[in-house]
Design a protein around this ligand. Structure first.
Ligand SMILES: [Zn+2]
Length: 226
């Protein structure tokens, strides 16, 4: 799972109306000023990296991986971006949820959670996409790794190898192969990494029972079959 602390605080504009007290007008005005400052800062941040004319259109419910089913994460748990044109994508980060598929989906939909991954893979091989690959998901607990990676969560617990089923390994490997193919990411352990391998990560997932040899073989086989 991801960690908090990577989400940028965003101000929101307060509404002022007629017939309200002077105090609430002042508060409303202050909130609006903060909102405008955040917006200006956001525009400034976007301006220096943005290539002209690369804003991509978004269709609600659209997925990047044909086998995935869309289930939206809360917008508080990711940041709008325009990858791979603003930030190049060169990593896939493998996670284990320390819980069920349903609980992962639920917390990623919770704006208070502060973290979410692009995909969640269920024990039976079902794949949910919760954040578009062009956007930055808060999953790695490291800003630059969030900006350059796609995060995949896997249902289960790190100390229960039986949670990592053949269906899960196979579905996840096909997904990872598709991501690597899309962005030209080399299929190796320098580019397909565990959350534990992210610099500064305080998480241990996917843990010692995640069978990397088996997984990488499956990713390579899926890559060849593409
Ligand atoms: Zn994790």
């Amino acid at each position: 799972m991801g960690t908090k602390g990577t989400a940028g605080a965003k101000g929101s504009a307060g509404a002022t109306g007629s017939g309200i007290s002077r105090r609430s007008v002042l508060i409303g005005g202050a909130v609006t000023a903060v909102g405008a400052a955040a917006l200006a800062r956001d525009r400034l941040e976007r301006a220096w990296w943005r290539l002209p004319g690369v804003e991509k259109s978004r269709t609600p419910g659209e997925v990047d991986y044909a086998r995935a089913k869309w289930t939206a994460a809360s917008p508080a748990n990711w940041r709008r971006a325009d990858r791979p044109d603003d930030f190049g994508i060169d990593r896939v980060v493998i996670h284990v949820t320390q819980g069920s598929f349903r609980s992962a989906v639920k917390v990623f939909q919770d704006p208070g959670h502060g973290a979410a991954a692009h995909y969640v893979v269920r024990r039976d091989g079902h794949v949910a996409q919760m954040i578009r690959e062009l956007d930055v998901a808060f999953h790695a607990g490291n800003r630059s790794y969030n900006e350059r990676s796609v995060g995949i969560e896997h249902e289960g617990f790190v100390d229960r190898p039986q949670d990592f089923t053949a269906a899960m390994y196979g579905a996840s490997a096909r997904l990872t192969a598709a991501i690597c193919g899309r962005y030209g990411i080399p299929v190796d352990r320098d580019h397909i990494i565990g959350h534990v391998e992210v610099p500064g990560a305080d998480h241990t997932d996917p843990g010692k029972h995640w069978d990397w040899d088996r997984y990488m073989k499956l990713v390579r086989a899926a890559e060849r079959a593409r």
